[in-house]
Unconditional design. Structure first.
Length: 282
């Protein structure tokens, strides 16, 4: 009998949908229940966070050859067997119940997920290893093993399903700092313009892919430097113009060896606000 995959029982997919919903809520300027659910169900030492780490390895780790890939895969399956399955089922049930309570269920799960095939194969292998027929077992193992030896894509359309620093940090996952960032900014400014919203959306969706995020950030820095320099020419007061040039000189790209931090995003938001104000008085 063929075993069907259920996205409602797939911890990797549930986390992916939650992250996407946070981005959607943010762009719509809504308080994100999804963000609170991430904190509640995927916090440090939570049952689902331990399972999520295994999905994270499948998606993001790479080895040099197929033999090593199968060694990693066997180790992952062994680690999964040691997890408390009853706790995992209860936590997933409670998480799905909260999602259904707070969101339109069909709308919530409508997003297309780039890594769906890999996440589904991983879930079926973890959950039904001993029940799969030989052909299905080989099929799912092959999908995962091939992913472990493939190159990690770095284009804009690719987004890792799991935050890169998730398994490494003792602090709350970095998505939580995003809400603090947004709240602090909104205390000073009444709302966000389109450029600011786009920056924040990129920050969320690419927070696990620092290369893509840095490329976007540095491109925006160059565009802003050019825009502010042009706008400063329209300022008649020489003192203000000098100050403007000093401000523009502070706007610089992030070096390759340095990661983007919350304060970098906050600063860029402020520069966007400055640009907007200059345009309004031009």
């Amino acid at each position: 009998m063929k075993i069907k995959h259920s996205k409602f029982k797939n911890t990797g997919l549930l986390f992916e949908f939650l992250v996407r919903q946070v981005a959607s809520d943010t762009v719509a300027n809504k308080d994100s229940v999804a963000l609170n659910l991430i904190k509640e169900f995927f916090g440090k030492n939570k049952p689902l966070s331990k399972e999520l780490e295994l999905y994270y390895i499948v998606l993001n780790e790479r080895v040099s050859d197929i033999n090593r890939a199968h060694v990693v895969l066997d180790a992952l399956c062994h680690s999964y067997k040691n997890l408390n399955k009853s706790n995992l089922r209860n936590e997933r049930y409670n998480l799905v119940r909260e999602i259904k309570k707070n969101y339109n269920f069909e709308e919530f799960f409508k997003y297309s997920v780039d890594n769906y095939k890999i996440l589904a194969s991983t879930n079926l292998l973890f959950e039904h290893y001993d029940k799969l027929n030989p052909l299905s077992l080989v099929k799912y193992k092959t999908v995962i093993a091939e992913n472990l030896i493939s190159e990690i894509k770095s284009n804009v359309s690719r987004r890792n399903a799991i935050l890169e620093d998730y398994a490494k940090e003792d602090k709350q996952i970095r998505l939580l700092s995003y809400k603090i960032l947004l709240e602090k900014f909104n205390k000073k400014y009444s709302g966000l313009n389109n450029k600011q919203k786009t920056l924040l959306k990129e920050y969320i969706t690419n927070i696990s892919n620092m290369g893509v995020l840095k490329e976007y950030y540095n491109k925006e820095v160059e565009n802003l430097r050019l825009s502010l320099s042009i706008l400063s020419e329209s300022v008649s007061d020489q003192v203000i113009k000098i100050k403007m040039n000093e401000i523009v000189s502070l706007l610089s790209p992030i070096e390759k060896t340095i990661n983007i931090k919350d304060e970098d995003v906050t600063n860029l938001l402020r520069f966007y606000e400055l640009e907007n104000e200059l345009k309004s008085i031009k």
